[in-house]
Design a protein around this ligand. Sequence first.
Ligand code: BTN
Length: 265
Amino acid sequence: MILLDKAKILNNIANENFKNAIDINVFDKIDSTNTFLKLYNSKKKLCVCCAEQQTNGRGRLGRSWYSPYRENIYLSLSWITNEHLSKYAQLSLLIGISIIQTLKKMDVYKDVNIKWPNDIYYKNKKLAGILTEIIHNQMNESKIIVGIGINVNSDLEKLNNNLSSNWISLFNITKKLHDRNSIIADLIVNIQNNLEFFLKHGFGEFQELWKKHDYLYNKQINVNNMQQKIQGIAKGINSFGELILLTNDQKIISLKSGETTLSQI
Ligand code: BTN
């Protein structure tokens, strides 16, 4: 088992010709890498936090995130912006795409897809999740925190609970252990490069890749959000990153947020 190693991460990043100043914090144990970055101040533009274990790893919708010691990737990135937040409307979709690009180096790539808005699936099981949080300071700036959990070296088949039937790890797929340092370095580089491009040119260029990896496309799904529960057939996303749904009563609608599930697998 290869441990997390800041020098290795930095070295891998340098090999990718990455020029931006970056503040990397690696912990053995922490409550949550997202929570750490919420409170952490740095002079560097991009801050990163990863840990061998999270004692209070957080998922979306108040769920907890399974974070066993030395097995998986628990990674958060943060930066300060004074841009209008509408510019970041498709951010979590972009992060999903960056994870897919990162996995391109591995032989799992063609079966890895994104379940709108931001779950990464291998076939019908969850491989990774994204938790994006935003906080505001008194100077009219926002801090954006993107948290990524990827099941890398856990043997989830060994667990005899919900996780084993609905979740999967890279280890379960490839039957080998992976070096998290190089995956983390690739993620940082891909996210930073995509973000720069996205803030200049918008989401358009990424839509093709989304289409190729759209887990829900043409499937009968349920969408739950604060306002409603809707059923229909997923028809991809629009240029705002909203889910297009052909509802069961034959209306085309678009949804900004929600939790999606397949009606039947
Ligand atoms: C989801 O529910 O799918 C989102 C999971 C996000 C988990 C990651 S692990 C690193 C970061 N720190 C946290 O506490 N959560 C995110």
